[in-house]
Ligand binder design. Structure first.
Ligand SMILES: NC(=O)c1ccc[n+]([C@@H]2O[C@H](COP(=O)([O-])OP(=O)(O)OC[C@H]3O[C@@H](n4cnc5c(N)ncnc54)[C@H](OP(=O)(O)O)[C@@H]3O)[C@@H](O)[C@H]2O)c1
Length: 336
């Protein structure tokens, strides 16, 4: 007998500032069985990502806001339990958009069947082999255009996106400087990921001075994950014709009021700096190349990954909030 009971995390208030537990509710429900073209999926892992904070606002810039009193959603890895769709059978492992739910009925067209190269590392498809790894690949290679011998600066450098940016930039022959919020994260980047210099932005004092010291020849490319003071420092230390891949600005995601901007934006003109904002979803043309390259790099030991795995859908809000306090070391994943 198939069990259609499911648990879902709903957004019940639009947070002002940092979300709290009062903004979410864990809801039990009974799903309608799948009909033609649909599949019942039992999720094993879900992703929490910084972009989900934007979806909790009433107005979206590039992604639909989450509806109130409905399950939130996002990347998840699960197993087909029951299928009414051609091409899907019980036991198939699927990437789906049903994060924040332990079970869901999904249209087959919304699922990607995975043939994991290591069945014990399924969560990699939410990190290095998933959206964050792809974001690193697109942002660095399409917009950063790193050349051998150049210096690349990466903020949130040990995170899901950042750690992959650092390691791909090393594979491309660059000198890499990272910025992180703890000494343990700095050590990992230096010792395991081959990063050349790491700044702990929480303890370094003046960030611009610390970056100038870590990159004595200046930086040629900045992979922007944080914004604010990090952008200001990068502009100050950037060489003429530098490039910025503007991936995200997590330091501002919970601001109730707009933060003051960097006070040195005129450097963009004088140094002839190119800034490209990008959203990974627009670059699916690079996906086959990404999957081939990244799978080979992982198998050859050229790219290493860390994950922080939080147990239980009931703890998914804490996992999400941990992204804003640096609780994650590498990709933050919830095991459901
Ligand atoms: N454009 C796109 O398509 C796209 C796709 C995916 C992700 N992104 C963006 O990429 C960035 C990284 O995302 P991710 O999934 O890889 O997250 P992540 O780096 O794995 O996790 C977030 C990290 O950000 C750092 N952080 C949080 N608040 C900060 C603050 N106020 N100042 C400085 N650092 C702070 C923390 O690391 P520390 O301990 O080092 O402080 C935290 O661990 C985010 O800006 C995200 O929005 C963009």
């Amino acid at each position: 007998m198939t069990d259609y009971h499911a648990r879902q995390m709903h957004l019940i208030n639009r947070p002002a500032g940092l979300p709290t537990h009062a903004d979410f509710a864990l809801v039990e429900t009974v799903l309608a069985p799948p009909t033609d073209g649909e599949v019942l999926v039992r999720n094993h892992f879900m992703s929490v990502d910084p972009y989900m904070r934007g979806r909790m606002r009433a107005i979206g810039v590039y992604a639909e806001p989450y509806a109130l009193n409905k399950p939130m959603y996002g990347g998840a890895i699960g197993e087909v339990v029951e299928s009414k769709a051609a091409g899907f059978a019980p036991g198939d492992i699927v990437l789906n958009q049903g994060a924040w739910q332990d079970k869901l009925v999904a249209k087959a067209a919304s699922l990607t069947k995975l043939e994991p190269f290591d069945p014990d590392r399924l969560s990699l498809y939410l990190g290095t082999l998933g959206m964050p790894g792809f974001t690193a690949y697109v942002g660095l290679l399409r917009f950063g255009e790193p050349k051998p011998g150049e210096t690349v600066f990466v903020s949130a450098a040990s995170g899901a996106v950042g750690a992959n940016v650092c390691q791909i930039a090393k594979l491309k022959g660059c000198r890499v400087v990272g910025s992180v919020g703890s000494d343990a994260k700095a050590r990992w980047l230096l010792e395991e990921c081959g990063v050349d210099a790491v700044i702990n932005y929480k303890t370094c004092g003046d960030l611009t001075a610390a970056l100038a010291a870590a990159a004595p020849d200046g930086i040629d490319m900045y992979f922007e994950n944080v914004g604010g003071e990090h952008l200001q420092a990068a502009l100050s230390v950037m060489n003429p014709f530098g490039r910025i891949a503007a991936c995200g600005m997590i330091a501002s995601y919970n601001n109730a009021e707009p933060a003051p901007g960097p006070n040195n934006l005129m450097l963009i003109v004088g140094k002839k700096i190119r800034i490209n904002g990008f959203i990974v979803w627009d670059h699916s043309d690079l996906r086959p190349a990404f999957l081939a390259d990244m799978t080979a790099w992982i198998q050859d030991g050229k790219i290493v990954s860390r994950e922080t795995i939080v147990d239980g859908l009931e703890n998914s809000v804490d996992a999400f909030l941990g992204l804003f306090t640096g609780d994650n070391f590498g990709k933050m994943v919830v095991k459901i």
